[in-house]
Write a protein that binds this ligand. Structure first.
Ligand SMILES: Nc1nc2c(ncn2[C@@H]2O[C@H](COP(=O)(O)OP(=O)(O)O)[C@@H](O)[C@H]2O)c(=O)[nH]1
Ligand SMILES: [Mg+2]
Length: 251
C-alpha cells in the first residue's frame, strides 16, 4: 500500500513544477506573497475514506476543477466508476477568495440542500453541526498544495500513512443510513483520531420523501454520537457545490 501511494505521489510530483526555480536561467525568484510561500513548503496530505458510491471521486474532481478553473467540473449523476486502487489528486495552492462563503443557513435559504435535508438540519442539526462565523474561512487566506488520496474499501492503510497524513476525511451519503452507520467502521479500522478527522455527509441535495421520522431520528443519533466523540461533521453536496471547500477549515 505504501509503495502504491508513493508511486502515485511520484507521478504527481513529476507533472507539477516548483514555482520557485527556473531551470532555464540562474534567476532566483523572490516570492511576492510571503505567507503562501511559507505554507507551500510542504504539501498537505489528505486520506479520504468511505463506502463505495458516497461521492469521493466526484468530490475530489469537483474540488480540483473548482480551484483550477480551466476545466469547469460538470456534475453527472450517472458517472460512477468503482475505485479499486488508491487514487490521488493534486489540488493546487489557492486562496480563499475563490471559495463559496455561504454559511449553512444561507445555503439552506438559497436551496443548495434538499428540503428534507434542510429540515433535518433545522430540527436536529444544530446539535452536531458547528455553525458560527469562526467556521467560515476568512477571505484572503492562502493555502498550500493539497494531495487527496482516495482509499478504496479493500485497501489497508498502515498506521504510518495515517500518522503522516495531515487530515483524514470519512465521507458518508446523507440518503443512505448504512453509510452513516459505517463511519464507525472506518474510525475503528484505521484508528482515526478526532483531532485530525472530519466526517463529511455528502449528497445533501437528495430529496428523501419516503422515509419516516424514525429514519431521521436514527440518522441523527449516529451523527450526534460522532459529535459527542468530538468528530467535526460537515454537510456537503457535490451536485450543488455546497460546502466543497470545507477541508480548508482543518488544514
Ligand atoms: N445527488 C448526488 N449524487 C452524487 C453526489 N456526489 C456524488 N454523486 C453520485 O454518486 C455516485 C458515486 O459517486 P463516486 O464519486 O464515484 O463515489 P465513490 O465510490 O465514493 O468514489 C455517482 O453517480 C455520482 O454522480 C451529490 O452530491 N449528490
Ligand atoms: Mg471512487
Amino acid at each position: 500500500m505504501l509503495s502504491k501511494l508513493n508511486r502515485m505521489l511520484k507521478c504527481i510530483s513529476s507533472y507539477s513544477v516548483s514555482p520557485y526555480s527556473d531551470p532555464e536561467s540562474e534567476t532566483v525568484f523572490t516570492p511576492l506573497v510571503q505567507p503562501l510561500v511559507h505554507q507551500r513548503d510542504r504539501r498537505k496530505q489528505i486520506l479520504l475514506f468511505g463506502e463505495n458510491g458516497v461521492g469521493k471521486t466526484n468530490w475530489m474532481d469537483a474540488l480540483a476543477n473548482d480551484i483550477d478553473k480551466e476545466y469547469p467540473y460538470m456534475f453527472n449523476e450517472s458517472v460512477h466508476r468503482f475505485t479499486v486502487e488508491p487514487e490521488s489528486i493534486l489540488i493546487p495552492a489557492t486562496d480563499s477568495c475563490v471559495f463559496n462563503q455561504f454559511t449553512l443557513v444561507e445555503s439552506i435559504y438559497y436551496r443548495k440542500l434538499s428540503d428534507s435535508c434542510s429540515e433535518f438540519i433545522m430540527t436536529h442539526g444544530y446539535k452536531f453541526i458547528p455553525e458560527s462565523s469562526k467556521d467560515l474561512i476568512e477571505l484572503g487566506q492562502c493555502f498550500p498544495d493539497v494531495i487527496i488520496n482516495e482509499i478504496p474499501k479493500n485497501d489497508l492503510v498502515s498506521d504510518e500513512i495515517v500518522e503522516d497524513s495531515d487530515l483524514c476525511i470519512i465521507m458518508a451519503d446523507y440518503s443512505e443510513i448504512s453509510t452513516i452507520r459505517s463511519v464507525r467502521y472506518w474510525i475503528d479500522k484505521y484508528n482515526l483520531p478526532p483531532s485530525k478527522t472530519v466526517i463529511c455527509v455528502n449528497k445533501c441535495d437528495v430529496q428523501i420523501d419516503s422515509y419516516p421520522e424514525d429514519f431521521r431520528k436514527r440518522k441523527c443519533k449516529y451523527l450526534q454520537y460522532y459529535a459527542s466523540l468530538q468528530y467535526p461533521i460537515e454537510m456537503t453536496s457535490v451536485k450543488t457545490r455546497q460546502n466543497l471547500h470545507f477541508l480548508y477549515k482543518y488544514i
